[in-house]
Design a protein. Structure first.
Length: 116
């Protein structure tokens, strides 16, 4: 069983930055992909960014150029650097790990609030 723990959320003003971290209890090196999703009030959970084991990265159009996903295999941690934050980025951000067998693991989420 893999456990994911997010941290780094908070309240930030328009244009500000945050860095989210996702620490895992298991090896992320063995995961097929790691990613960040978000869910705003009244909306469905959506992919923000993910990174495959081979290093291929995918971003949602809405965050392209502002957010950067990265991982540290040695620390079993995935990061999401968020710059130029907008009120529309306000959501609960969830870390996701997808195993090679198709099992998905989720963290408990961390709140990001961007004020105008």
């Amino acid at each position: 069983q893999v456990q994911l723990v997010e941290s780094g959320g908070g309240l930030v003003q328009l244009g500000g930055s945050l860095r989210l971290s996702c620490a895992t209890s298991g090896s992320i090196f063995s995961m097929a992909a790691m990613g960040w999703y978000r869910q705003a009030p009244g909306k469905q959970r959506e992919l923000v960014a993910d990174i495959a084991s081979g290093g291929k990265i995918n971003y949602a159009d809405s965050v392209m150029g502002r957010f950067t996903i990265s991982k540290d295999n040695a620390k079993n941690t995935v990061y999401l650097r968020m710059n130029s934050l907008k009120p529309g980025d306000t959501a609960i951000f969830y870390c996701n790990a997808g195993s090679c067998t198709g099992t998905n693991y989720w963290g408990q989420g961390t709140q990001v609030t961007v004020s105008s």
